[in-house]
Design a protein around this ligand. Structure first.
Ligand SMILES: NC(=O)c1ccc[n+]([C@@H]2O[C@H](COP(=O)([O-])OP(=O)(O)OC[C@H]3O[C@@H](n4cnc5c(N)ncnc54)[C@H](O)[C@@H]3O)[C@@H](O)[C@H]2O)c1
Length: 301
Protein backbone atom coordinates (compact mmCIF):
# COMPACT_ATOMS: atom_id res chain seq x y z
CA UNK A 1 0.00 0.00 0.00
CA UNK A 2 1.42 3.37 -1.04
CA UNK A 3 0.77 6.07 1.52
CA UNK A 4 3.25 8.59 0.09
CA UNK A 5 1.23 9.44 -2.96
CA UNK A 6 0.22 13.06 -2.88
CA UNK A 7 -1.77 13.08 -6.09
CA UNK A 8 -5.30 14.36 -5.66
CA UNK A 9 -8.24 12.40 -7.03
CA UNK A 10 -11.76 13.76 -7.16
CA UNK A 11 -14.52 11.16 -7.17
CA UNK A 12 -17.81 12.76 -8.19
CA UNK A 13 -20.84 10.76 -7.03
CA UNK A 14 -20.87 9.11 -3.61
CA UNK A 15 -23.32 6.33 -4.43
CA UNK A 16 -22.70 2.59 -4.52
CA UNK A 17 -19.82 2.83 -6.98
CA UNK A 18 -18.36 6.15 -5.85
CA UNK A 19 -18.00 4.76 -2.34
CA UNK A 20 -16.02 1.74 -3.52
CA UNK A 21 -13.90 3.80 -5.90
CA UNK A 22 -13.10 6.38 -3.21
CA UNK A 23 -12.08 3.56 -0.85
CA UNK A 24 -9.73 2.17 -3.52
CA UNK A 25 -7.98 5.52 -4.00
CA UNK A 26 -7.86 6.58 -0.35
CA UNK A 27 -6.42 3.24 0.72
CA UNK A 28 -3.78 3.47 -2.03
CA UNK A 29 -2.44 6.75 -0.67
CA UNK A 30 -4.22 9.28 -2.88
CA UNK A 31 -5.71 12.42 -1.41
CA UNK A 32 -9.29 11.52 -2.27
CA UNK A 33 -12.06 14.09 -2.36
CA UNK A 34 -15.58 12.71 -2.76
CA UNK A 35 -18.21 15.07 -4.11
CA UNK A 36 -21.98 14.63 -4.06
CA UNK A 37 -24.90 17.03 -4.28
CA UNK A 38 -26.68 14.94 -1.67
CA UNK A 39 -25.07 15.32 1.80
CA UNK A 40 -26.71 12.06 2.96
CA UNK A 41 -24.79 10.17 0.24
CA UNK A 42 -21.52 11.65 1.53
CA UNK A 43 -22.26 10.56 5.09
CA UNK A 44 -23.30 7.10 3.92
CA UNK A 45 -20.15 6.78 1.80
CA UNK A 46 -17.87 7.60 4.73
CA UNK A 47 -19.66 5.14 7.02
CA UNK A 48 -19.44 2.41 4.35
CA UNK A 49 -15.72 3.04 3.81
CA UNK A 50 -15.12 2.90 7.56
CA UNK A 51 -16.90 -0.46 7.57
CA UNK A 52 -14.82 -1.86 4.69
CA UNK A 53 -11.63 -0.74 6.46
CA UNK A 54 -12.84 -2.06 9.83
CA UNK A 55 -13.59 -5.45 8.25
CA UNK A 56 -10.13 -5.37 6.65
CA UNK A 57 -8.49 -4.81 10.04
CA UNK A 58 -10.53 -7.62 11.65
CA UNK A 59 -9.54 -10.02 8.85
CA UNK A 60 -5.89 -8.99 9.12
CA UNK A 61 -5.81 -7.62 5.56
CA UNK A 62 -4.82 -4.08 6.65
CA UNK A 63 -3.25 -2.76 9.82
CA UNK A 64 -5.07 -0.36 12.13
CA UNK A 65 -2.53 2.29 11.14
CA UNK A 66 -3.18 1.77 7.41
CA UNK A 67 -6.93 2.02 8.00
CA UNK A 68 -6.48 5.28 9.91
CA UNK A 69 -4.20 6.63 7.15
CA UNK A 70 -6.79 5.73 4.51
CA UNK A 71 -9.49 7.62 6.42
CA UNK A 72 -7.17 10.59 6.81
CA UNK A 73 -6.77 10.60 2.99
CA UNK A 74 -10.53 10.88 2.53
CA UNK A 75 -12.35 14.20 2.29
CA UNK A 76 -16.00 14.83 1.41
CA UNK A 77 -17.71 17.95 0.07
CA UNK A 78 -20.68 19.19 -1.93
CA UNK A 79 -18.53 21.84 -3.59
CA UNK A 80 -17.34 20.51 -6.95
CA UNK A 81 -15.35 23.64 -7.80
CA UNK A 82 -13.31 23.51 -4.61
CA UNK A 83 -12.72 19.77 -4.99
CA UNK A 84 -11.67 19.96 -8.64
CA UNK A 85 -9.23 22.80 -8.10
CA UNK A 86 -5.74 21.55 -9.06
CA UNK A 87 -6.77 17.86 -8.97
CA UNK A 88 -4.72 15.34 -10.98
CA UNK A 89 -7.58 12.91 -11.66
CA UNK A 90 -11.34 13.19 -11.82
CA UNK A 91 -13.45 10.05 -11.74
CA UNK A 92 -17.07 10.77 -12.56
CA UNK A 93 -19.51 8.20 -11.19
CA UNK A 94 -22.77 10.15 -10.83
CA UNK A 95 -26.15 8.75 -11.87
CA UNK A 96 -26.29 7.22 -15.35
CA UNK A 97 -27.68 10.27 -17.18
CA UNK A 98 -25.77 11.82 -20.04
CA UNK A 99 -26.78 15.41 -19.25
CA UNK A 100 -25.74 15.10 -15.59
CA UNK A 101 -22.38 13.57 -16.48
CA UNK A 102 -21.67 16.22 -19.12
CA UNK A 103 -22.57 19.02 -16.72
CA UNK A 104 -20.23 17.67 -14.01
CA UNK A 105 -17.30 17.23 -16.38
CA UNK A 106 -17.65 20.54 -18.18
CA UNK A 107 -17.85 22.40 -14.86
CA UNK A 108 -14.82 20.65 -13.35
CA UNK A 109 -12.50 20.40 -16.39
CA UNK A 110 -11.17 24.00 -16.44
CA UNK A 111 -10.30 23.79 -12.72
CA UNK A 112 -8.24 20.60 -12.83
CA UNK A 113 -4.43 20.45 -13.15
CA UNK A 114 -3.28 21.11 -16.73
CA UNK A 115 -2.38 17.46 -17.40
CA UNK A 116 -5.27 15.95 -15.41
CA UNK A 117 -7.16 12.94 -16.73
CA UNK A 118 -10.95 12.72 -16.61
CA UNK A 119 -12.45 9.25 -16.25
CA UNK A 120 -16.09 8.25 -16.46
CA UNK A 121 -17.47 5.11 -14.85
CA UNK A 122 -20.47 4.99 -17.17
CA UNK A 123 -21.87 1.51 -17.76
CA UNK A 124 -23.46 2.13 -21.13
CA UNK A 125 -23.25 5.75 -22.25
CA UNK A 126 -20.81 6.85 -24.94
CA UNK A 127 -17.40 7.99 -23.64
CA UNK A 128 -16.97 9.88 -26.92
CA UNK A 129 -20.19 11.79 -26.34
CA UNK A 130 -19.31 12.54 -22.70
CA UNK A 131 -15.83 13.69 -23.78
CA UNK A 132 -17.34 16.13 -26.26
CA UNK A 133 -18.39 18.29 -23.29
CA UNK A 134 -14.77 19.40 -22.65
CA UNK A 135 -12.16 21.21 -24.75
CA UNK A 136 -9.50 18.48 -24.62
CA UNK A 137 -11.51 15.35 -25.38
CA UNK A 138 -8.22 13.43 -25.70
CA UNK A 139 -7.85 13.40 -21.91
CA UNK A 140 -11.21 11.68 -21.28
CA UNK A 141 -11.36 7.90 -20.84
CA UNK A 142 -13.87 5.34 -19.58
CA UNK A 143 -12.90 3.59 -16.35
CA UNK A 144 -15.54 0.93 -15.81
CA UNK A 145 -15.32 -0.53 -12.30
CA UNK A 146 -17.24 -3.52 -10.96
CA UNK A 147 -19.41 -3.86 -7.89
CA UNK A 148 -18.37 -4.39 -5.12
CA UNK A 149 -15.26 -2.39 -6.03
CA UNK A 150 -13.19 -3.52 -3.04
CA UNK A 151 -13.57 -7.16 -4.11
CA UNK A 152 -13.56 -6.93 -7.90
CA UNK A 153 -10.14 -6.66 -9.57
CA UNK A 154 -11.20 -5.69 -13.08
CA UNK A 155 -11.43 -2.24 -14.63
CA UNK A 156 -12.45 -1.96 -18.28
CA UNK A 157 -10.66 1.07 -19.75
CA UNK A 158 -12.72 2.46 -22.57
CA UNK A 159 -11.15 4.40 -25.40
CA UNK A 160 -13.41 7.06 -26.85
CA UNK A 161 -12.81 8.36 -30.36
CA UNK A 162 -10.40 11.05 -29.13
CA UNK A 163 -8.75 9.33 -26.11
CA UNK A 164 -4.97 9.65 -26.52
CA UNK A 165 -2.46 6.79 -26.17
CA UNK A 166 -0.75 8.67 -23.36
CA UNK A 167 -3.98 8.86 -21.40
CA UNK A 168 -4.51 5.12 -21.82
CA UNK A 169 -0.97 4.36 -20.60
CA UNK A 170 -1.27 6.67 -17.59
CA UNK A 171 -4.69 5.32 -16.63
CA UNK A 172 -3.43 1.73 -16.83
CA UNK A 173 -0.65 2.68 -14.45
CA UNK A 174 -3.22 4.28 -12.15
CA UNK A 175 -5.21 1.02 -12.09
CA UNK A 176 -2.07 -0.84 -11.04
CA UNK A 177 -1.47 1.69 -8.27
CA UNK A 178 -4.90 0.93 -6.80
CA UNK A 179 -4.48 -2.83 -7.14
CA UNK A 180 -6.74 -3.32 -10.17
CA UNK A 181 -6.14 -5.15 -13.42
CA UNK A 182 -7.22 -3.23 -16.49
CA UNK A 183 -8.19 -4.30 -19.96
CA UNK A 184 -8.56 -1.94 -22.92
CA UNK A 185 -11.76 -1.80 -24.91
CA UNK A 186 -12.56 0.38 -27.88
CA UNK A 187 -15.91 2.03 -27.20
CA UNK A 188 -18.57 -0.44 -28.21
CA UNK A 189 -22.03 -1.38 -26.84
CA UNK A 190 -21.79 -3.57 -23.74
CA UNK A 191 -17.96 -3.33 -23.73
CA UNK A 192 -16.66 -6.89 -23.18
CA UNK A 193 -18.23 -7.97 -19.90
CA UNK A 194 -21.86 -6.87 -20.29
CA UNK A 195 -21.90 -8.12 -23.86
CA UNK A 196 -20.70 -11.63 -22.97
CA UNK A 197 -22.79 -11.83 -19.83
CA UNK A 198 -25.96 -10.75 -21.67
CA UNK A 199 -25.45 -13.40 -24.33
CA UNK A 200 -24.79 -16.14 -21.77
CA UNK A 201 -27.81 -15.22 -19.65
CA UNK A 202 -30.04 -15.05 -22.71
CA UNK A 203 -28.86 -18.44 -23.97
CA UNK A 204 -29.47 -19.98 -20.54
CA UNK A 205 -33.05 -18.67 -20.68
CA UNK A 206 -33.54 -20.12 -24.18
CA UNK A 207 -32.40 -23.51 -22.85
CA UNK A 208 -34.77 -23.23 -19.89
CA UNK A 209 -37.64 -22.28 -22.21
CA UNK A 210 -36.89 -25.19 -24.54
CA UNK A 211 -36.68 -27.67 -21.64
CA UNK A 212 -33.07 -28.58 -22.47
CA UNK A 213 -32.28 -28.94 -18.74
CA UNK A 214 -33.66 -27.76 -15.41
CA UNK A 215 -32.74 -24.32 -14.07
CA UNK A 216 -30.69 -25.95 -11.31
CA UNK A 217 -28.77 -28.09 -13.82
CA UNK A 218 -28.08 -25.17 -16.18
CA UNK A 219 -26.58 -23.22 -13.26
CA UNK A 220 -24.65 -26.27 -12.01
CA UNK A 221 -23.23 -26.74 -15.53
CA UNK A 222 -21.58 -23.32 -15.49
CA UNK A 223 -20.52 -23.46 -11.85
CA UNK A 224 -18.89 -26.89 -12.01
CA UNK A 225 -18.09 -27.17 -15.72
CA UNK A 226 -16.57 -23.72 -16.18
CA UNK A 227 -15.80 -22.74 -12.56
CA UNK A 228 -18.08 -19.71 -12.72
CA UNK A 229 -18.88 -18.56 -9.17
CA UNK A 230 -22.59 -18.39 -10.07
CA UNK A 231 -24.78 -19.91 -12.74
CA UNK A 232 -26.28 -17.58 -15.40
CA UNK A 233 -29.83 -17.92 -14.06
CA UNK A 234 -28.82 -17.21 -10.45
CA UNK A 235 -26.84 -14.25 -11.73
CA UNK A 236 -29.83 -12.94 -13.68
CA UNK A 237 -31.92 -13.20 -10.51
CA UNK A 238 -29.27 -11.18 -8.68
CA UNK A 239 -28.91 -8.50 -11.37
CA UNK A 240 -32.65 -8.28 -12.00
CA UNK A 241 -34.33 -9.49 -15.22
CA UNK A 242 -35.65 -5.97 -15.91
CA UNK A 243 -32.06 -4.69 -16.06
CA UNK A 244 -31.05 -7.73 -18.12
CA UNK A 245 -33.90 -7.09 -20.55
CA UNK A 246 -33.05 -3.44 -21.08
CA UNK A 247 -29.38 -4.32 -21.73
CA UNK A 248 -30.41 -7.05 -24.19
CA UNK A 249 -32.80 -4.69 -26.00
CA UNK A 250 -30.02 -2.11 -26.34
CA UNK A 251 -27.53 -4.71 -27.61
CA UNK A 252 -30.14 -6.14 -29.99
CA UNK A 253 -30.73 -2.67 -31.37
CA UNK A 254 -27.02 -1.85 -31.73
CA UNK A 255 -25.30 -5.19 -32.40
CA UNK A 256 -27.99 -7.29 -34.05
CA UNK A 257 -30.07 -10.41 -34.03
CA UNK A 258 -27.98 -12.62 -31.75
CA UNK A 259 -29.01 -10.41 -28.82
CA UNK A 260 -32.77 -10.70 -29.41
CA UNK A 261 -34.19 -11.16 -25.87
CA UNK A 262 -35.54 -14.62 -25.13
CA UNK A 263 -39.38 -14.43 -24.86
CA UNK A 264 -39.20 -16.05 -21.40
CA UNK A 265 -37.34 -12.99 -20.07
CA UNK A 266 -40.00 -10.67 -21.50
CA UNK A 267 -42.71 -12.84 -19.90
CA UNK A 268 -40.98 -12.88 -16.51
CA UNK A 269 -40.56 -9.11 -16.48
CA UNK A 270 -44.23 -8.66 -17.44
CA UNK A 271 -45.15 -10.94 -14.52
CA UNK A 272 -43.01 -8.91 -12.10
CA UNK A 273 -40.70 -11.89 -11.48
CA UNK A 274 -37.60 -9.71 -11.56
CA UNK A 275 -35.34 -11.82 -9.35
CA UNK A 276 -34.13 -11.53 -5.77
CA UNK A 277 -35.45 -8.00 -5.40
CA UNK A 278 -39.07 -9.14 -5.91
CA UNK A 279 -38.61 -12.45 -4.07
CA UNK A 280 -39.03 -14.45 -7.25
CA UNK A 281 -37.22 -14.74 -10.56
CA UNK A 282 -36.12 -18.04 -12.04
CA UNK A 283 -35.97 -19.18 -8.39
CA UNK A 284 -38.01 -18.23 -5.32
CA UNK A 285 -36.33 -16.55 -2.34
CA UNK A 286 -37.22 -16.65 1.34
CA UNK A 287 -35.28 -14.60 3.91
CA UNK A 288 -32.83 -13.66 1.16
CA UNK A 289 -32.01 -17.32 0.42
CA UNK A 290 -32.82 -19.35 -2.66
CA UNK A 291 -35.53 -21.92 -1.95
CA UNK A 292 -34.14 -25.36 -2.92
CA UNK A 293 -35.92 -26.96 -5.87
CA UNK A 294 -37.81 -23.74 -6.70
CA UNK A 295 -36.34 -23.31 -10.21
CA UNK A 296 -38.89 -22.49 -12.91
CA UNK A 297 -40.00 -25.76 -14.55
CA UNK A 298 -40.26 -26.13 -18.31
CA UNK A 299 -43.75 -27.64 -17.78
CA UNK A 300 -44.85 -24.34 -16.19
CA UNK A 301 -43.76 -22.22 -19.17
N1 LIG B 1 -24.13 -0.19 -9.82
C1 LIG B 1 -23.25 -0.88 -10.55
O1 LIG B 1 -23.11 -2.11 -10.42
C2 LIG B 1 -22.39 -0.16 -11.56
C3 LIG B 1 -21.27 -0.84 -12.10
C4 LIG B 1 -20.43 -0.14 -12.98
C5 LIG B 1 -20.72 1.18 -13.32
N2 LIG B 1 -21.82 1.80 -12.79
C6 LIG B 1 -22.07 3.21 -13.17
O2 LIG B 1 -21.60 4.01 -12.10
C7 LIG B 1 -22.37 5.23 -12.03
C8 LIG B 1 -22.96 5.40 -10.63
O3 LIG B 1 -23.73 4.27 -10.35
P1 LIG B 1 -24.17 3.92 -8.84
O4 LIG B 1 -24.74 2.54 -8.89
O5 LIG B 1 -23.08 4.25 -7.91
O6 LIG B 1 -25.37 4.98 -8.66
P2 LIG B 1 -25.99 5.59 -7.32
O7 LIG B 1 -27.36 6.00 -7.68
O8 LIG B 1 -25.75 4.65 -6.17
O9 LIG B 1 -25.09 6.90 -7.04
C9 LIG B 1 -25.11 8.04 -7.85
C10 LIG B 1 -24.75 9.23 -6.96
O10 LIG B 1 -24.56 10.38 -7.80
C11 LIG B 1 -25.02 11.51 -7.08
N3 LIG B 1 -25.23 12.61 -8.02
C12 LIG B 1 -26.20 12.76 -8.93
N4 LIG B 1 -26.03 13.92 -9.61
C13 LIG B 1 -24.90 14.49 -9.12
C14 LIG B 1 -24.18 15.69 -9.42
N5 LIG B 1 -24.59 16.53 -10.38
N6 LIG B 1 -23.07 15.97 -8.70
C15 LIG B 1 -22.64 15.14 -7.73
N7 LIG B 1 -23.27 13.98 -7.39
C16 LIG B 1 -24.38 13.67 -8.10
C17 LIG B 1 -26.27 11.02 -6.39
O11 LIG B 1 -26.63 11.86 -5.31
C18 LIG B 1 -25.85 9.63 -5.94
O12 LIG B 1 -25.30 9.64 -4.63
C19 LIG B 1 -23.41 5.12 -13.14
O13 LIG B 1 -22.91 5.75 -14.29
C20 LIG B 1 -23.51 3.61 -13.37
O14 LIG B 1 -23.97 3.29 -14.65
C21 LIG B 1 -22.66 1.17 -11.91
Amino acid sequence: MNTNNKEKVVVVGAGLMGTGIAHAFASSGFVTVVVDTNPASLTHARVSIEKILGDGVRLGKVSEEQAQQSLANLLTTSDLNEAASGANWLVETVSEQLAVKKAVISQAAPLLAADAIIATNTSALSVTEIAASVDNADRVIGMHFFNPVHKMKLVELVRGLATSDEVVVRTRALCEQIGKTSIIVNESPGLTTSRMSALLGNEAMWMLQEGTATAEDIDTALRLGFNHPMGPLELGDLTGWDTRLSVLRYLHQTLGEKFRPCPLIIKMVAAGRLGRKTGQGVYRYADGKQVPGSGLKASAL
